[in-house]
Design a protein around this ligand. Structure first.
Ligand SMILES: O=C(O)CCC(=O)C(=O)O
Ligand SMILES: [Fe+2]
Length: 299
């Protein structure tokens, strides 16, 4: 059993405002995706598009801020109209901090990330890693705070539905099914995370849970164990297995289909997410664009 995406976490953008913001975006030059690595360009695009309707722009930003601070720590915006060259997407995201990405490597790694089935990582445990609930960028030295994702094209076969599980539900599931000792273990015993090559490829140790955050991607812990030779106690390994089983079976997982033009904004420390399988596999032309935003040290 799954849960619907809650109405309180949906925002409908009035068509007039969506039109003004699109016009504001289209008045700007056609930048390359690569150009957006420069925070100064992000700032410029943000201030120029905001000028198209400062009150409307701030209204959207404040609503997003307000909603992601509360359960379910994500918000779905409907009715925005995005330009093909991502200027409006960058402008909205820049209101929350700096947009960051992996070093440029087409097609996926760009400042505005391109998420397509063909570049999703296959799982040694079957299926694709993206089909398992996870935190983004756990292989980064600096944890990513916010995720912003727009559906450019949904999968024609109805696959690739979005799944989200929030921190409150995760903590409840652990308490109920695994008990307070396991909850404490997950909060106190650090586990190893294999860092991305661009961060030196070493290990970073941090716990899975805290009162206010979740960090989960078994794939990256397994890389640290299997490839980097990190060690965990049998008790901890069993707890990680049990944890994964409990979250995967949770009836609190929200399940929804993102439609063209919809924007999902999430707190990467307070929810985990996944997408469902896509029957056409790599042949699907589903396209999502995403950015990672760090609020700290934004200016
Ligand atoms: O494709 C999606 O809907 C989600 C993608 C995702 O979670 C990821 O690539 O980290
Ligand atoms: Fe993700």
């Amino acid at each position: 059993m799954l849960a619907p995406f809650p109405d309180r976490a949906r925002i409908n953008i009035p068509p007039a405002l969506a039109g003004e913001l699109l016009e504001g975006a289209e008045r700007l030059p056609l930048y390359e995706n690569k150009d957006f690595y420069a925070p100064e360009l992000q700032t410029l695009v943000h201030s120029r598009i905001r000028e198209a309707d400062p009150d409307g722009f701030d209204w959207i930003v404040n609503l997003i801020r307000e909603r992601i601070a509360q359960w379910p720590y994500c918000v779905l915006l409907q009715g925005l109209r995005f330009d093909e060259r991502h200027r409006l997407f960058v402008a909205l995201n820049r209101a929350f901090g700096k947009l960051i990405g992996l070093p440029y490597e087409e097609p996926r790694a760009q400042l505005v990330h391109y998420i397509q089935p063909a570049t999703d990582i296959r799982s040694s445990r079957g299926g694709l890693e993206v089909e398992r609930l996870h935190t983004d960028a756990v292989d980064w030295e600096i944890p990513i705070e916010l995720i912003s994702m727009v559906c450019v094209r949904p999968d024609a076969g109805g696959g690739g539905r979005s799944r989200v599980l929030d921190l409150d539900a995760i903590r409840d599931e652990v308490k109920t099914h695994l008990g307070t000792d396991t909850l404490e273990l997950l909060e106190t015993e650090p586990v190893p995370w294999q860092l991305h090559a661009c961060w030196g490829g070493g290990l970073k140790w941090r716990p899975v849970l805290s009162e206010s955050s979740i960090c989960w991607r078994r794939y990256t812990i397994n890389l640290a164990l299997d490839v980097n030779g990190a060690k965990l106690s049998d008790e901890m390994l069993a707890s990680l297995d049990a944890f994964e089983e409990v979250i995967t079976a949770s009836s609190h997982i929200m399940d929804f289909m993102m439609q063209e033009g919809e924007l999902l904004f999430s707190d990467n420390r307070k929810q985990i997410h996944a997408r469902t399988a896509i029957a056409a596999g790599d042949a699907s032309n589903r396209l999502m664009i995403r950015s990672w935003i760090n609020a700290t040290g934004a200016e």
